[in-house]
Design a protein around this ligand. Structure first.
Ligand code: NAP
Length: 525
């Protein structure tokens, strides 16, 4: 079976043999995808003219109601999506929930928040700006929805959440969506779009999907569009410098990879709640989705005197995690999504081993439960230890996209700050400490290079939302190596799908434009 693409209001199968999507446990080919023969330029134009116009005829609250209907539909089909996650991504039930329930939760969050924007169709920012001696000539800033299309080029690890965390704010803003999921796991995204199309929730052209390479996509984007890319830093660099993107100054948001840190404070000694909370979170981050999360903990910064005890505690817990076929009873950690990803993880691990000691895992002859190691894509959870601190290179540069993390002992707070910053920009750092002096130096010391800093102490305890969990109401994205993008953050996300324009003129024209405009201050409320 070949998955069809949904473009210019039609379901169209791509030409040729296409690429195979496989089951990473059995190696079996499940379906194929191809974007060959799809007229991408026509598809984008259809989305802009048909989908864009129809969405813009609706108010913010009417679009929010459509999001609520989408969330309800996805919720009703949740079990089918879990099954696809298992087959195409090797996801355990917990992993599938992370992606699918995360998507539904995010759409619901935007449906709720969008209601507050009421019956407007654009946003007014701030008050009138005086430009003349009297009020005869003034300025007013507006945020107007883009007349183009929101092009999503997504990563393989979140076929559901990756689509909907972008689509929800775009649709709410009145901007049509054009999704290109990553090829290896495109099935779930394609099925979700097919379900939404079949239910007739959105107007024609409001959502399109192309599965497969679609390598000419960026040749056809314009200055009215926005490209939102999620994937590796290498691909991101190619997107950013694409000649058409550069020539037309196409707005581009990049969510790339990141060597995120967990940092234990000097007070996180064995036996304290902070130490235990850190151990629990590190193990969770290494095992949930088999470490295939852009936000996962890659480096663990611990006071030098604590680092060995930490290594023992984390290793003890990893030893209790059953790794294998998610269909098998008690399995907690599944495979990576493909043989190619497994090979990339082994390659990265080999680099890290040049400057690290293996504390747990890393067994090349590791046997997964109820799966054939030769055809499946498993990587044993592996904990490394690097005593080279800032002098290490690969530990700070190589993102092994799998269940691998490295403990890096630090000497003092200044050293911890320098090591965390050596990631050259990360999505998230989590800090386990209740030491006010330490936090007062560390958090401001790393904040400009992190999109999110999560601080956990004994009082927060189990109430925290998780190092790797992206909350729709909070910012996601990070500077530097992490891509420099910003997503989510509640209604703040709508800013990417609007463009600021100041209109200068007399009070009558400004009044007319302001009449149905919603206060942009609500985006940050
Ligand atoms: P990737 O290889 O960089 O691919 C990402 C997407 O780009 C895929 O859809 C891919 O399509 C597409 N693509 C590649 N070259 C293209 C081109 N020339 N024109 C158009 N599209 C092109 O990344 P991945 O392996 O899928 O994802 C893993 C990486 O994503 C990890 O490094 C992870 O850290 C990062 N990630 C970041 C975030 C975040 O929010 N910051 C979230 C999730 C993942 P094909 O699949 O068809 O090649």
């Amino acid at each position: 079976m070949k998955l069809a693409n949904y473009v210019y209001g039609q379901w169209i199968e791509g030409a040729g043999e296409g690429a195979a999507l496989t089951d990473p446990v059995t190696g079996e080919t499940l379906v194929r995808v191809s974007s060959d023969g799809i007229d991408v330029a026509r598809a984008l134009e259809f989305a802009r003219t048909e989908g864009g116009a129809a969405l813009k005829a609706l108010t913010y609250e009417e679009r929010a109601a459509k999001l609520a209907a989408i969330a309800e539909l996805l919720q009703a089909k949740r079990a089918e999506y879990f099954e696809l996650s298992l087959r195409n991504s090797g996801a355990t039930e917990g992993d599938a929930s992370f992606d699918v329930d995360g998507a539904i939760f995010t759409v619901k969050s935007y449906a709720r928040a969008g209601k507050a924007l009421g019956a407007g169709r654009h946003l007014k920012e701030g008050g009138r700006v005086a430009l003349a001696k009297t009020d005869v000539f003034q300025g007013q800033h507006f945020l107007m929805p883009l007349t183009g299309v929101a092009v999503f080029i997504n990563a393989f690890n979140f076929p559901a959440w990756g689509l909907w965390e972008k689509a929800a704010p775009a649709l709410l803003a009145g901007v049509p969506v054009f999704a290109k999921p990553a090829t290896p796991t495109a099935w779930l995204a394609q099925r979700m779009v097919a379900d939404v199309v079949e239910a007739g929730i959105l107007p024609p052209g409001a959502i399109s999907i192309v599965c497969g390479g679609a390598r000419d996509l960026l040749d056809h984007v314009t200055e009215c569009d926005v490209v939102s890319f999620t994937g590796s830093a290498d691909t991101a660099a190619r997107m950013r410098t694409h000649p058409n993107v550069v020539a037309r100054s196409v707005r581009i948001n990049i969510e790339a990879d990141s060597v995120n840190s967990a940092i234990l404070g000097p007070d996180a000694q064995p036996g304290t709640p902070e130490f235990d909370l850190a151990v629990k979170e590190i193990v969770r981050e290494m095992t949930v989705k088999t470490g295939q999360k852009c936000t996962a903990i890659r480096r663990i910064l611990a006071p030098a005197g604590v680092s060995r005890a930490l290594a023992d505690a984390v290793s003890g817990k990893l030893a209790g995690c059953k790794v294998g076929n998610p269909r098998s009873e008690g399995v907690r950690v599944g495979p990576l999504v493909s043989k190619a990803q497994q090979a990339a993880a082994f390659e990265g691990l080999a680099k890290l081993r040049q400057e690290c000691e293996v504390v747990f895992g890393g067994d090349p002859d590791f046997e997964p439960v109820d799966a054939d190691a030769a055809v499946s894509a498993f990587v044993q959870p592996t904990l490394l230890y690097c005593d080279k601190g800032l002098a290490a290179r690969h530990v700070h540069d190589v993102e092994v996209f799998g269940p691998v993390a490295t403990i890096v002992p630090y000497v003092d707070t200044r050293d911890a700050v320098a090591i965390a910053r050596r990631g050259h920009g990360s999505l998230v750092a989590s800090v386990y400490s209740g030491d006010a002096a330490f936090l007062g130096e560390l958090v401001p010391g790393i904040a400009d290079l992190h999109g999110r800093v999560m601080v956990v102490d004994a009082a927060v305890g189990a109430n925290h939302t998780g190092h790797g969990n992206v909350m729709p109401t909070c910012l996601h994205g990070g500077p530097g190596r992490a891509g420099g993008g910003e997503e989510l953050g509640g209604l703040r996300a709508l800013a990417m799908y609007h463009r600021r324009c100041v209109v200068q003129g007399g009070p009558a024209v400004l009044e007319a434009l302001s009449r149905d405009a919603v206060d942009a201050a609500l985006l940050g409320a």
